[in-house]
Design a protein around this ligand. Structure first.
Ligand SMILES: [Ca+2]
Ligand SMILES: [Ca+2]
Ligand SMILES: [Ca+2]
Ligand SMILES: [Ca+2]
Length: 310
């Protein structure tokens, strides 16, 4: 029904594609030299990616002399020195070959560690900077815990050496560090142990790791164990071979001005290794003003010969 309120839909004839043959005669030309640039790429990907030094610490692609310096040729996050960056060698992400990236080693400086990105063993203790990171030791301090044992002596580790050909610090297959502890008994056996290079006394028994090592390696076999026959081990608490007893003549230890106090210290050693060792005494400075400071009498440092109790 036409008219009324209903919309009228217009009629659109369908488009029917028709294939036919067209013939064109003559010539046509167009100038494309300003729109199209042709280049000849290297024959291989390796040649395409090959770089050459720019003579100023930077690198650039080698297959066309018109290339300019790449800001970060080794893609390690550090800009080349030729563009004012900090990368010590923009040809490799790891300039000293220790397994730690240049960026990581420089970042550690923000933690206060002046670790070197061009020296694989910054503190020269025989552990590479990467090994120090794995052990948790100080990469810039050869004796991390200041106990008298260098980190490489204190820790059993694989020895690394720098390979001048590969420019990398590589494992040698040999192991060093730590020391032997002989476990006595009906079937004695020898155990290789390590101290804790991050704290002077790994087991907190009052015997430093250095002393534990000295006892374990003592020439006299009797000194390798404490008086209970237990061998000194840096990870197992031992009874300290040195006992110190003190007695004061004033029981409450409260001293009034002018009072004299006798303070006696007795040192007993159960290790013959310590025979002949010097005992050094030191007195605390007076904490009171001079007007009320007690007079103090101390014996000079004494050298004694400790005895081994029965
Ligand atoms: Ca490195
Ligand atoms: Ca080191
Ligand atoms: Ca140490
Ligand atoms: Ca200890």
């Amino acid at each position: 029904m036409l008219g009324g309120t209903n919309p009228v839909v217009p009629f659109v004839p369908p488009v029917i594609p028709i294939c036919y043959t067209r013939t064109v005669d003559g010539n046509n030309t167009a100038n494309i030299k300003d729109q199209l640039v042709l280049d000849i790429l290297p024959a291989t990907i390796a040649t395409f990616a090959a770089k050459v030094e720019d003579g100023n610490g930077g690198w650039k692609l080698n297959w066309d002399s018109r290339f300019t310096t790449i800001a970060d040729a080794d893609n390690d996050g550090l800009r080349s020195s030729s563009v004012g960056g900090l990368d010590p060698d923009d040809a490799t992400w790891d300039a000293d070959g220790d397994g730690l990236s240049d960026a990581y080693e420089l970042d550690r400086r923000t933690d206060g560690l002046s670790i070197s990105p061009v020296n694989w063993d910054t503190d020269g203790d025989g552990l590479s900077d990467k090994q120090e990171a794995e052990f948790g030791t100080h990469p810039v301090r050869a004796d991390s815990d200041n106990d008298g044992l260098l980190d490489n002596v204190e820790l059993y580790h694989e020895v690394y050496a720098f390979n001048g050909t590969t420019r990398r610090a590589e494992p040698t297959g040999t192991w060093a560090g730590g020391w032997d502890v002989v476990i006595t008994g009906s079937q004695p056996y020898t155990l290789r142990v390590s101290g804790d290079a991050t704290q002077a006394d790994a087991d907190g028994d009052g015997v430093t790791d250095q002393a534990e090592r000295q006892f374990a390696l003592a020439t006299n076999a009797a000194d390798r164990s404490n008086r209970l026959g237990l061998p000194y081990h840096p990870r197992i608490a031992n009874e300290n071979p040195i006992a110190i007893y003190t007695v004061a003549s004033d029981p409450d230890l409260l001293v009034r001005p002018g009072q004299s106090v006798a303070y006696t210290t007795t040192v007993v050693s159960s290790a013959s290794l310590l025979t002949g060792a010097a005992l050094k005494s030191a007195a605390l400075p007076a904490l009171c003003p001079a007007c009320c400071a007690p007079t103090r009498s101390t014996s000079p440092p004494q050298t004694q010969s400790p005895t081994r109790p029965t």
